[in-house]
Design a protein around this ligand. Sequence first.
Ligand code: NAD
Ligand code: WQD
Length: 340
Amino acid sequence: MTVLVTGGAGYIGSHTCVELLKNDYDVVVVDNLCNSSEISLRRVAELTGKAPCFYRCDVRDTAALSDVFRRHEIGCVIHFAGLKAVGESVQKPLAYYENNLGSTMTLCRVMLEHGVKQLVFSSSATVYAGNNPMPLSEESRTGDCSNPYGWTKYMCEIILSDIARATPGFSVALLRYFNPVGAHESGRLGEDPSGIPNNLMPFISQTAVGQRRELSVFGNDYDTPDGTGVRDYLHVVDLARGHVAAMDYLKAHEGAAVFNLGTGRGTSVLEMVHAFERVNGVAVPYRITERRAGDLATVYADPKRSEQILHWRAERTLEDMCRDSWRWQSQNPRGYQSGD
Ligand code: NAD
Ligand code: WQD
């Protein structure tokens, strides 16, 4: 079967291409490279011995996307393409609504025109409202998002659920990722943020490699065991495997289904820093600073539904995440710009 992966040159998309090719799917990637490099796809080919078929275009370009559907007999789509920086979404809300909603709607229209009815969607734990008890199950309250990025994911979930309800034979898996970190164990694929990283793990690894002077730990007065924020970090390869599991589920089910992809375990900022230092034998200088606006003290998943229905479970440990992030960062200090 051929799988169309939108945003397949990006961080999670490139790791998912590897898992799909390993599982004998043919892979077609559509990506406009607004936040990625084609080098990632060359490395996917190097790791698997099979090259994804790549189209550099915007998912919102109806004519270009239709052409891809005409050329390939697509069986399923995994939709990663989108903008994902929380802070930037507050500065540029229109760009986020246009890109994330526009790409999803254009994609669905072209899919339906070509009779393609299986879709895996990249949603986020950010769709959960801030005042839920932990852990977060798929039944926890959603909405009250604190930024436009979160609202785009929330709105896409509604759009896709409505389309599934109205379209016989349509099935969509809404995957709510918690905090993806780590890299392919080869060190050839990883997260390559442009500019100053927004997320904890790339900031830690860039500090360890000497590109940043020190990590700012955003607050140590939260109601958590060591006062720093607690999150559910999962290895990106486990997350990629979750997409293959979701595709298997879609083959036998109609309608919309929501799944948390997380480990069910919380790790604090300082636990992560110290694990990274211990596992890799490197120093991560840090300083405690003010809380970051909008952050919650503790967020972690209840992953039971994914375990029971998708037969998926995150297997890699915190040590694996730290080791693989460091291998990627140290072998590619400037990300994909470090060369082939
Ligand atoms: P990423 O930026 O590395 O990948 C997204 C890819 O989409 C990039 O390659 C980018 O060039 C491409 N893209 C963006 N808009 C496009 C468009 N209109 N047309 C074609 N290509 C386009 O991000 P990622 O971390 O791999 O995230 C993938 C998806 O998962 C995103 O939808 C993101 O919102 C979601 N997600 C990410 C996280 C995370 O922490 N990384 C957590 C939850 C959800
Ligand atoms: C993790 C912890 C910070 C950076 C975000 C999005 C979410 C999802 C994943 C897309 C928090 C602390 C961080 C730093 C720090 N993305 N921190 N110093 O905020 O849980 O989730 O990414 O869907 O939508 O909101 O992840 O990695 O930014 O932060 O102390 O330099 O690390 O305060 O406790 P977050 P994060």
